[in-house]
Design a binder for this molecule. Structure first.
Ligand SMILES: CC(C)(COP(=O)(O)OP(=O)(O)OC[C@H]1O[C@@H](n2cnc3c(N)ncnc32)[C@H](O)[C@@H]1OP(=O)(O)O)[C@@H](O)C(=O)NCCC(=O)NCCS
Length: 153
C-alpha cells in the first residue's frame, strides 16, 4: 500500500489559526518564503485560501485569486513529508473545480525556471508556457526568470 492510500485528505478554507503551522512548511519548501503577513493579507483580501489536511495534519495549502474570467494560483505547497505521493496533483484538480465554480475560463501561475518538478506536474495537467517574466524572482545569485503557465479550464 502506498502512503497516499493510507491518507484520506480533505480540503477546507484556510484559517488564521493555521498560519503558524503553514509557515513552518513554507520555510522548509521555499528558499524565499512568504511571510505570515502575506498569508494573513490573502485571507483578509478574500482570496481562495485552502488547506489540505488529514487527521488534523496539514498536508498542503494553496492560495488562488479569481479575476474576471481568470484564476491565478499565487502559491501552492505540499508538506515535504508527503511530497511525490499525488497530493499536489489532487490539490490542483480541486483548484480547477473551484475556479470553474467561480466562472474562471483559464488558470494562470508563475513557476521558477529551475523548479523542474513543479513545471513537470503542471505540464502533465495540461498547462502550457505562454510567457517568461525576466528576473521575476529573487535568487541566491541575483534574480531568476519565471515561466508563466496557463491552463484553459
Ligand atoms: C511541486 C509540488 C506542489 C508537487 O506536489 P507533490 O505532491 O509533491 O506532487 P505529486 O506527487 O502530485 O506529483 C505529480 C507529478 O509531479 C512531478 N513532480 C513532482 N515533484 C517532482 C520532483 N521533485 N521531481 C520531478 N518531478 C516531480 C512528477 O511529474 C509527478 O508525476 P509522476 O509521479 O507521474 O512522475 C510539491 O512538490 C511542492 O510543494 N514543492 C515545493 C514547493 C513548490 O515548488 N511549489 C510550487 C511553486 S510554483
Amino acid at each position: 500500500m502506498t502512503a497516499t492510500t493510507q491518507l484520506n485528505p480533505s480540503v477546507r478554507e484556510m484559517r488564521e489559526s493555521d498560519l503558524t503551522r503553514i509557515i513552518l512548511i513554507e520555510r522548509e519548501i521555499f528558499l524565499f518564503p512568504w511571510s505570515p503577513a502575506n498569508f494573513a493579507d490573502s485571507i483578509q483580501s478574500g482570496y481562495l485560501c485552502r488547506v489540505m489536511e488529514d487527521n488534523n495534519a496539514i498536508l498542503g495549502y494553496s492560495i488562488m485569486m479569481i479575476g474576471p474570467d481568470e484564476a491565478h494560483i499565487l502559491t501552492l505547497g505540499i508538506n515535504p513529508r508527503w511530497q511525490n505521493k499525488g497530493l499536489g496533483r489532487k490539490l490542483l484538480n480541486y483548484l480547477f473545480e473551484l475556479a470553474r465554480e467561480n466562472n474562471a475560463k483559464s488558470m494562470l501561475l508563475d513557476v521558477r525556471e529551475s523548479n523542474h518538478g513543479a513545471a513537470k506536474l503542471y505540464k502533465q495537467l495540461g498547462f502550457e508556457q505562454i510567457a517568461t517574466r525576466k528576473g521575476y524572482y529573487p535568487a541566491m545569485c541575483g534574480r531568476e526568470d519565471a515561466l508563466v503557465m496557463r491552463l484553459m479550464l
